[in-house]
Each structure stands twice: as C-alpha cells, then as structure tokens.
Design a protein around this ligand. Structure first.
Ligand SMILES: [Zn+2]
Length: 177
C-alpha cells in the first residue's frame, strides 16, 4: 500500500517526460526572446520559490511526499497550495488543484503559469515533479494561451514547459460549445 499511497499523493516525474524541450533554469540557451525572456526568468524564479515554500503546508502523513504549487494569475497574483492526503486515499487532492481551486473560489479565472515542487517531506526535491493527468486537465480549463508549467528542483534549477506540450490535443470548453 505504501507504493499506492505514494502514487496517488505524489506528482513524480515519468522518465519519458524529462525531455528538456523548452529549457530550464540551469540551461538557458535560448535568447531569442531577449529582454522578455529575462523578465520571465525573474518571474519564474519567484514562482519557483513560492512553490518550494508551499511544500511546507502539504498534509502528507501517509506518503511523506510533499508537493507545493504556486499559481500565477494573469494579473500577477500568486496562489499557493500543497497536496492534501486522506486516509481514504482516493480523497487526496494534489497541490496544483489545491492552488487552482483556492484561486477560482476567490474569483480568479485566468492564469499564466504554475510552478510545482515535490519531494520527500523535510528534504529538498531531488527530481522534477510533473503534474498528474487530472491536474493537467484542470489547468487546461483555466489556462491562458501561453500557460506554462514550471517543474522545480530549486529556485535556480527548473524546467519550463508549455501546457500544450504536456497535454496535446486536450479536451476543453471549445470542444462542447
Ligand atoms: Zn495532480
């Protein structure tokens, strides 16, 4: 059951998803966006730190795998969330959805980025924590056109992915209108 608990609560990266297709905080070879990229880097770094801080609020008595998320609104506000486990494992909520639901319940609707950091409680992340499928779907519901997902090891070591890359051909509101 330990394994199952970890799978449900955690956001562990799938090895196949670790392609560094959009660069990372460590390897910044793309300067095609010029000052815009530099500005983004400063924002991403701040968001990465907010995700690391949010891990401290995670409630993970079963898996001990603490995830923090920091969601950036299109207006520049930040909402944080941690994963919240439950003795009935299926009732567990991921950090990303905690942050998104907090924001939406306070009237926010459009977001531009989310940073995610995960690892064993009390220790620094040793790997990038990618969002689960359910969280990718929830992101799509409220994502702006250029929404990015930032997976974080530290505030200087992170990867930036477009949501379209993590959820290609996704199902959204446009599909049923
Ligand atoms: Zn999730």
């Amino acid at each position: 059951m330990e394994k199952q608990s970890e799978m449900q609560a955690g956001e562990k990266a799938h090895p196949a998803e670790r392609l560094d297709s959009e660069g990372s905080g460590k390897c910044q070879g793309d300067d095609s966006r010029g000052s815009g990229k530099q500005r983004d880097d400063a924002v991403w770094r701040q968001l990465a730190q907010a995700a690391l801080d949010a891990r401290k609020m995670a409630y993970v008595p079963y898996s001990r795998y603490a995830v923090g998320a920091a969601l950036l609104t299109e207006q520049g506000g930040i909402y944080q969330g941690g994963n919240i486990e439950n003795a009935s494992y299926g009732a567990t909520n991921c950090a990303e959805r905690t942050a998104i639901f907090k924001a939406v319940s306070e009237g926010e609707r459009r977001f531009s980025a989310i940073a995610i950091a995960g690892g064993m409680e009390g220790a620094e992340p040793v790997d990038y924590a990618y969002p689960c499928g359910i969280c990718r779907q929830v992101m799509q519901e409220f994502a702006g056109e250029d929404f990015v997902v930032i997976v974080v090891k530290s505030d200087s070591d992170y990867r930036v992915h477009g949501l379209r890359e993590l959820l290609p051909y996704g199902f959204g509101g446009d599909s049923i209108r």
